[in-house]
Design a protein around this ligand. Structure first.
Ligand code: SF4
Length: 281
């Protein structure tokens, strides 16, 4: 069993152990969704825009990147083009307009002509007592004073008051990885919600990140327990409505495939825009 966790997979297990199993042990295919594909496209544009000279990072220039970034994504993942073509509820025009609106909204929240990120779409990984923690950070800013800011883009809407915990779990997870790698607690964790133009900022400290580390260890211990007992229970919630595995889920009358004799958990590296849940309506 590979002891590795990303924030997305840890969140999966916390939300529903059976969904975690389907994704990381059975590794069942999931159909791409229009919202997730748009999230990936927008992330790609916001990454690419920093290739332009600072003064040219305008909304018009960013929108002009959309067709090229989409073509590159489709070359990598042709199923995305098929998904758009097959979805009768969508027109190409409305789907791309929605992506452009998200790009436009970013410019109302941040000014990329005044930003020079230290790193973009950076893969981070660290090991805590044999458990690998990994993820991908959309943007890392380092101020001339040395202050570090971790930035993540979400193409959905910000969670309501009192429901920020799940999103902050991901950011605190990144904060922990950076702290363990560099010895410095990031000064600011920043979530940029393009769906409704909201920014959530959070200043972590060591005590907070130690608490997060205990939380992640507890999640991993629970995963090990589920592996030992071969028991990954469904945990029905409102999120089941967006779960591709519903037909196989006993909570909805389905039958999961047999677990393999030797259980191997593969936690793939996250991909930019791996924020489907936040893009839910
Ligand atoms: S349908 Fe719901 S309970 Fe079943 S696996 Fe998916 S998230 Fe879990």
């Amino acid at each position: 069993m590979r002891a590795a966790l990303s924030p997305s997979r840890a969140a999966d297990f916390k939300q529903c152990p059976l969904k975690f199993r389907f994704r990381t042990i059975d590794r069942l295919d999931e159909a791409p969704s229009p919202a997730a594909a748009r999230g990936t496209l927008v992330h790609s544009v916001l990454e690419e825009v920093f290739e332009l000279p600072a003064a040219e990072r305008t909304p018009e220039a960013a929108r002009a990147l959309v067709p090229g970034r989409w073509a590159a994504l489709v070359e990598e993942r042709p199923e995305l083009a098929t998904m758009l073509a097959d979805d009768a509820s969508l027109t190409h025009e409305s789907w791309f307009s929605a992506a452009e609106r998200l790009v436009d909204r970013w410019f109302t929240l941040e000014d990329p002509s005044r930003l020079e990120p230290a790193q973009r779409e950076v893969k981070v990984e660290t090991e805590v007592d044999g458990l690998v923690l990994r993820g991908i950070i959309d943007r890392l800013d380092v101020a001339p004073t040395g202050q570090v800011r971790v930035v993540d883009y979400k193409t959905g809407r910000a969670p309501g008051a009192g429901f920020e915990g799940k999103a902050l779990f991901q950011m605190r997870f990144y904060g922990l990885v950076i702290w363990r790698r560099t010895g410095r607690v990031p000064d600011l964790l920043q979530l940029v919600y393009l769906g409704d133009g909201t920014i959530i900022r959070y200043e972590p400290d060591e005590a907070d990140l130690l608490g997060l580390e205990r939380n992640v260890r507890a999640v991993w211990a629970a995963i090990e327990q589920a592996v030992t007992t071969r028991d990954f229970r469904p945990n029905p919630s409102r999120l089941c409505g967006w779960c591709d595995f519903k037909p196989l889920c006993p909570a909805f009358g389905g039958t999961p495939p047999e677990l393999p004799e030797t259980i191997e958990i593969i936690t793939p590296e996250a991909t930019p825009g791996d924020d489907q849940d936040s893009a839910l309506p």
